[in-house]
Design a protein around this ligand. Structure first.
Ligand SMILES: [Cu+2]
Length: 113
């Protein structure tokens, strides 16, 4: 009984993060990118080191995801989905391209300086 309660508590922060409701350590996103009509809009963005970008799904029943460069660590929203929001904080400078696993021509970049 106690073990089950502890595991539920441990899982709660992950659920909150997935919904975009950040904890005290995360800053609000500086911009949002909309996933719509098989595109990221806007596709090319520039932010500062430490900034957070939010991606917002708005393409009805068409699934998308954000699959980015592995050198950033987990710059990957996970399996394609049809709704929700995902945020990523860029901690290093560079130009980072990402794509949708379902739509190979769906490409975006974030330039961090
Ligand atoms: Cu897609």
């Amino acid at each position: 009984m106690v073990d089950r309660r502890l595991s539920l508590l441990a899982a709660a922060p992950l659920v909150v993060a997935g919904c975009g409701s950040s904890g005290s350590s995360a800053r609000p996103p500086v911009l949002s990118v909309t996933l719509h009509n098989d595109t990221y809009a806007p596709a090319d963005n520039s932010v500062r080191v430490g900034d957070t970008v939010a991606w917002v799904w708005a393409d009805g029943s068409v699934p998308h995801n954000i699959d980015g460069a592995s050198d950033l660590g987990p710059f990957d929203s996970g399996a394609p989905t049809t709704s929700g929001m995902w945020m990523f904080r860029f901690k290093q400078a560079g130009t980072f391209q990402y794509h949708c696993d379902v739509h190979p021509t769906m490409i975006g970049t974030v330039t961090v300086s």
